[in-house]
Design a protein around this ligand. Structure first.
Ligand SMILES: NC(=O)c1ccc[n+]([C@@H]2O[C@H](COP(=O)([O-])OP(=O)(O)OC[C@H]3O[C@@H](n4cnc5c(N)ncnc54)[C@H](OP(=O)(O)O)[C@@H]3O)[C@@H](O)[C@H]2O)c1
Length: 269
């Protein structure tokens, strides 16, 4: 199990909060990269170091990365246009209507579109990461290799799967040690709690087991709780070093998920 400093990217998000809580529970030191210091400190003050940075801006990452042994990136923006795309100015109804015919025009007006956050942002993290990083764990998505197939063709209407693939490829071509996890549609939460113990007590509503696979063949729902546990379990696990796998919930749920055996069942790539 890894014990060095982990940089958490997207720690204030649904999965990121759970990952951070689980890391802290295991006494793993965490540095939280945040765009909103107040929000992050309300959640993690006194437990994790909170530093300001934005993955779209390489300069903001240089000091943030110092001393980091692993990176877990749970950051992302919405698949479809929303406030979280941070449009340059408020959009008129004509802009929204125009998006039906010209999606690229709408995407250009967004400062935090999927390509800017999930694609370019991840490339920036790769660029600044120490070459001897122990692990870069990245949350991608099922469907990245099936963008032409329903329902992924709809999900990718505004390029979220294109962006995830750009992120994946940057990591895989970097020479850094990595684990890329592709979840299905996220269920369970997002829980927003400023009490980490409350987060740790969250249980999966899905009550299904965990299935892993390769080659982007799986589809279905993925519990944020299971996904967060997988991110933490990957650290220091040699079997999933330099592996990409899908993770969805299916079948009967055992009393305890045996993560080592699950990871062993992933065919080596
Ligand atoms: N929702 C799904 O069904 C689904 C399916 C497959 C994969 N995924 C992926 O699963 C991951 C976790 O999902 P989630 O629901 O936990 O996400 P979430 O709640 O939307 O959280 C996203 C996080 O990303 C951060 N972020 C966004 N833009 C950023 C930027 N430019 N620089 C730094 N941080 C930035 C946000 O920080 P702020 O607090 O500053 O906004 C937030 O902490 C994401 O990568 C998502 O793409 C989701």
């Amino acid at each position: 199990m890894q014990s060095g400093l982990v940089l958490m990217v997207g720690a204030t998000g649904g999965v990121g909060q759970l990952v951070t809580a689980k890391l802290l529970e295991r006494n793993i030191p965490v540095r939280v990269l945040t765009r909103n210091l107040d929000k992050a400190e309300q959640m993690f003050a006194g437990k994790a170091e909170c530093v300001v940075g934005d993955i779209r801006d390489c300069n903001s990452l240089v000091s943030v990365i110092e001393g980091v042994r692993s990176i877990i990136c749970c950051a992302g923006t919405t698949a479809f246009p929303s406030k979280r795309w941070e449009f340059e100015s408020s959009l008129s109804p004509w802009d929204w209507l125009g998006a039906i015919f010209d999606r690229d025009r709408l995407i250009e007006k967004a400062k935090n579109s999927p390509m800017k956050a999930d694609g370019e942002g991840v490339k920036n993290l790769v660029a600044v990461a120490p070459r001897d990083l122990e692990r870069f764990v990245f949350i991608s998505s099922v469907g990245v290799l099936r963008k032409g197939e329903f329902p992924f063709s709809i999900l990718n209407s505004f390029g979220v799967l294109d962006a995830k693939l750009v992120g994946e490829q940057a990591i895989m071509n970097s020479g850094l040690a990595y684990t890329i996890i592709r979840p299905g549609r996220l269920i369970d939460g997002p829980f927003t709690s400023y009490d980490l113990n409350t987060l740790l007590r969250a249980t999966t509503d899905g009550k299904l087991g965990v299935v892993v696979g390769t080659g982007d063949k799986l589809a279905g729902d993925t519990s944020r709780i299971d996904l967060a546990t997988a991110c933490v379990e990957c650290l220091g696990n040699e079997r999933v070093k330099n592996q990409v796998f899908e993770l969805v919930n299916k079948g009967a749920r055992p009393a305890n998920i045996d993560w080592s055996s699950l990871f062993e069942s992933i065919p080596a790539q």
